[in-house]
Design a protein around this ligand. Sequence first.
Ligand SMILES: C[S@@+](CC[C@H](N)C(=O)[O-])C[C@H]1O[C@@H](n2cnc3c(N)ncnc32)[C@H](O)[C@@H]1O
Length: 252
Amino acid sequence: MRSDFAGTTAQFYAEFRRDLPSDQADRLVAAVGLRPDDIALDLGCGTGQLAVPLAEHCAAVVAIDPEPDMLAGLRARRAERVVCVLGGDRDLPTLAVPFAAPLGLVTIGNALHWMDERSTLRTAAALLRPGGAVAVVTQGPPLWLGPAPWQRTVRQALESLYGPVTGNCRTDSSALEERRAMATELGLATEVLTWTASYPVTVDWVIGHLGSALGSDKLSRVEELRLLLEQLRDESMVEEVTTSVLVIRPGG
Ligand SMILES: C[S@@+](CC[C@H](N)C(=O)[O-])C[C@H]1O[C@@H](n2cnc3c(N)ncnc32)[C@H](O)[C@@H]1O
């Protein structure tokens, strides 16, 4: 069975999902104490939105994803010091074996909701060197749930084609608090970092971004979506994105 991220979705993903901006990568690296000689692991790496910017700050990033088309998109970027591995959260315990040294950082970007959250956090924390950290990164709200008038138009267009739009991919504050409580119950220490960024967007970019989120069953109506969004063509549109990082360390 094809995953939700195969084929065209992965292609849209490579083109229309932003990397963590370099200033936020710098702040993340400083906050978690990632060292130039560290190996980091990015679980649910997609086409490298975290792995590529973080690879500039360490010896290597092991980028793991169960979807071959996502890994193909990442490989096509030819980023230095990024090693692609086909696998998922259930492979984490096995991955502990080939690492000669424990990890400085495990990142999970916009992907933990696809995994067994509790066991992933526990296993990821066990892979760290002393002083290392797990960083659960989310970026939200999803474009279609944002507060700007143009985002309301996007939401209405989606709902007219596909019905009620509710999924927030666990980018909200209640998911953050739930995960923080989960980590605390596991005996792990937590800290939350939050940064915001503003991005001017175009209708074509919005359609591409929606294409990366819709899944193959809904992509057949993407041209209808394009027609509905033509009304935004002359609008000045800015997307406000909040990055939240739940930093988790052993020893609560
Ligand atoms: C929404 S994308 C996030 C990609 C990227 N990390 C980012 O921040 O944009 C979610 C990714 O998680 C991957 N994924 C799905 N199930 C997974 C699992 N059980 N273990 C690891 N990754 C998984 C998908 O293939 C997809 O590439």
